[in-house]
Design a protein around this ligand. Structure first.
Ligand code: HEC
Length: 153
């Protein structure tokens, strides 16, 4: 009797565990944003808007660089997102600002050294990924599509 009860309990807890981890994974893949669920996806904060512009910039920079063109900061200015209001103000801590500094340095290097843009662009995307590993993993899937060698099938 007791044995049956224990087995039943174990079975139920395993089911709960499996369904929980399954659903987290799903939201991570489908949701581009950091906050889950998104409080108000139609009213994004300034930092989120700048992130969207940066992702759009990278979409087209990637194509231009792959076609041997040179990108510049007139068409693609550096977005000072670290001065903009975020959705979640708890991100505004030392590690975030250090990551932002690293990103800005990589971006200036890309725009300042027109000879080696493939390598420098890759450093920029790695800086996006580096910060997103700590702060906002939702958009990582989108960011990986911004790499020079990403193939859309
Ligand atoms: C220093 C850290 C940091 C760096 C570097 C960074 N991000 Fe972000 N990113 C964030 C944070 C924090 C948010 C959440 C912003 C918010 O919701 O206000 C975010 C949000 C986003 C979003 C979701 C915006 C939305 O629609 O809600 C995208 C897409 C994104 N980033 C792409 C990028 C790309 C592309 C780069 C590099 C070109 C990049 N990020 C560099 C921290 C960073």
């Amino acid at each position: 009797m007791l044995k049956k009860l224990i087995t039943a309990c174990l079975f139920v807890s395993v089911c709960i565990l499996v369904s929980c981890s399954g659903s987290t994974k799903k939201t991570n893949e489908e949701n581009e944003s950091c906050i889950k669920p998104i409080k108000d996806p139609n009213n994004p904060k300034p930092m989120a808007l700048m992130m969207r512009s940066m992702a759009n910039y990278c979409d087209s920079m990637r194509l231009e660089i792959n076609n041997g063109k040179v990108v510049d900061s007139i068409k693609y200015p550096l977005m000072p997102f670290w001065t903009a209001e975020p959705t979640d103000s708890s991100v505004l801590e030392t590690l975030f600002f250090n990551n932002a500094k690293q990103f800005a340095a990589a971006y200036r290097q890309l725009m300042g050294n027109t000879g080696d843009q493939k390598e420098n662009y890759t450093t920029v995307i790695n800086a996006c990924i580096h910060c997103h590993n700590s702060y906002c993993s939702g958009p990582l899937k989108r960011i990986r599509k911004l790499t020079l060698d990403y193939k859309s099938e």
